[in-house]
Design a protein around this ligand. Structure first.
Ligand code: ADP
Ligand code: MG
Length: 247
């Protein structure tokens, strides 16, 4: 079953064509790694899925429901309902600095769902344990390391019971010694069959964890395949150059 179906997604910033008729599907339990050079449109693609960017053409469906159909967006209430099925984790964590860890986790579900405070506390406690942060409930983000902040952000995204998690370079802002603890949490989520799209420069992670890899270049998905196919036998010189030099 397709959780996300994207066809002919186009996006411009003024004259600049950032996404050029992109088409791909993500199925339940897929872990899709998106790789590609800086400026190729990876973030814009991810942000378009959760309506942080407005697209100019194409169709995005989530669980069979159209967020946007051939360039025409659904009504605001439907957009909200559809985007709430996706959890996003950003490069720079985007935690609320004035809220504690626990308040960061509970804010969004408290506003949209009718869950009791006790139930929210039970779930936030459970998710903090899952990301290895039990006991940090009342700390403020400023007191946490980057790796801890990102694990809080992952737990916060999970609080909404998303059908899919979207990660935009979740370890790129971290010191190298802190990336492992975040990748470990993501790997565990993948093992539990969480559906995910992960924009990443961590080729080891993509090789080991992804079920499919998309290589983006200049606003297009140049090629896609299993990690075995794509890393061992890239079809295009552009892909080869990126894999060997990161260019
Ligand atoms: P990536 O995440 O692959 O590095 P982005 O999606 O961030 O790529 O950017 C794709 C292209 O769109 C780049 O050329 C970038 O400069 C441009 N771009 C991104 N955001 C904006 C914006 N808000 N206004 C104008 N151009 C933008
Ligand atoms: Mg980016």
């Amino acid at each position: 079953m397709a959780i996300i179906e994207v066809s002919d997604l186009s996006k411009r910033y003024g004259e600049l064509e950032v996404l050029k008729r992109i088409t791909f599907d993500v199925h339940k339990h897929d872990v899709v790694a998106v790789i590609g050079p800086s400026g190729s449109g990876k973030s814009t693609m991810l942000r378009s899925l959760v309506h942080l960017e407005q697209i100019d053409g194409g169709t995005i469906r989530v669980d069979g429901e159209e967020l946007v159909e051939e360039g025409a967006y659904s009504a605001p209430r439907k957009i909200k309902q559809i985007t709430s099925k996706m959890g996003m984790v950003f490069q720079h964590f985007n935690l609320f600095p004035h809220l504690t860890v626990q308040q960061n986790l509970e804010l969004a579900p408290r506003m949209v769902k009718g869950e009791s405070a006790a139930e929210l506390r039970r779930r936030s406690g459970e998710l903090l344990e899952k990301v290895g942060l039990s006991g940090r409930e009342s700390m403020y983000p400023a007191k946490l390391s980057g790796g801890q902040k990102q694990r809080v952000a992952i737990a916060r995204a999970l609080m909404m019971n998303p059908h899919i998690l979207l990660f935009d370079e979740p370890t790129s802002a971290l010191d190298p010694e802190l990336t492992g603890e975040v990748l470990q949490v993501m790997k565990r989520l993948a093992e539990e069959h969480t559906t995910m799209i992960v924009v990443t420069h961590e080729m080891g992670f993509a090789k080991e964890v992804a079920s499919r890899v998309l290589f983006m270049d200049d606003g297009q998905i140049l090629e896609s395949g299993s990690p075995e196919e794509l890393f061992a036998n890239p079809r295009f010189d552009r892909t080869k150059a990126f894999l060997s030099h990161g260019l």
